[in-house]
Design a protein around this ligand. Sequence first.
Ligand code: PMP
Length: 361
Amino acid sequence: KSLANVGVRNLSPYQAGKPIEELERELGLTDIVKLASNENPLGLSKQVTAALQDTLAGLARYPDANGFYLKSKLAEKLGVNINQITLGNGSNDVLELLARTFVNEHHEVLFSQHAFVVYPLVTQAIGAKGIAVPAKNYGHDLDAMAAAITDKTRMIFIANPNNPTGTFLTTAELESFLAKVPAQVLVVLDEAYYEYVPAAERAPSVEWVQRYPNLIVSRTFSKAYGLAGLRAGYAVTHADIADLMNRVRQPFNMNSLSLKAAEVVLDDADYLAQSIAVNQAGMAQLIEFCEQFNLAYIPSYGNFLTIEVGANAADIYQQLLHKGVIVRPVAGYQLPNHLRVSIGLEHENQVFIDALKSILL
Ligand code: PMP
């Protein structure tokens, strides 16, 4: 153990759930509903399934190390230059790449109190000091975050919408924050749930990277595009930042299947529209249930809802599990009284609602 650096020694392992088949065997259940990882309940886009079949024949060869076609398509869609994009094996890979490229053990990294678990992980793994800034109404307190910047601060992670709270920062709030951050501090705006935000409320984040060369926008294909198992994510940045990230990036960090799938799904407008529609309907279904049963919840801009179930949340989680519904306990995010439930298909949401009702009533 002493061989690892101090940051690594103090990391706790990521708490991954058991494979569903194992759980079903253990619990003697056959149709577990998983609403735990903010995945897309629609399953893979049909166009992607077809394209993957065609890609199989080429798998004996290495993938395109630069992801030329995917980057070209993203650049065109986002109105940026191809040299502003860095691809990742999921956006987690992008986040880690950022830490490895720009942060060292003398630096401080800021994130919010209820921030996504990967921010402290990538920070600590390289021996830097992670600082969790207290949240405001479960969301980012940008004033407190700006005030926490010191000479040592190198990177600030902000998820918008935030996971696991679903809170959202407006364009005006983000803009006034960016104007305050010194140029040597990199701001990582993690927009994993961007597509679920109503178009009129989305920040022009990708346009900002020209004005704020210290801004990094990170997005993923895991949520609204439904490619979580394939691992596809990307960063949009100033070209100078992308150049540095691409020097550190492993050349084949996205595989041939994920490159192809991401490229194809970008053109599948119907799939994206359906993802958003199913999410809206499911969100309304869960909110109606919460209001009917007087359960407090954190209003969410994502594809999940974090519900306050009380001090026995851990026990309720277990009971839900035994009734065949997997949700996400969020005690590790300093939300010991809440459970996070991902929005599923209508019948899946109903299974969750019925199970929770039977436990609470
Ligand atoms: N950022 C946030 C805020 C997330 O919630 C997630 C997924 N849980 C990710 C990044 C990473 O997603 P992926 O690596 O699948 O792109």
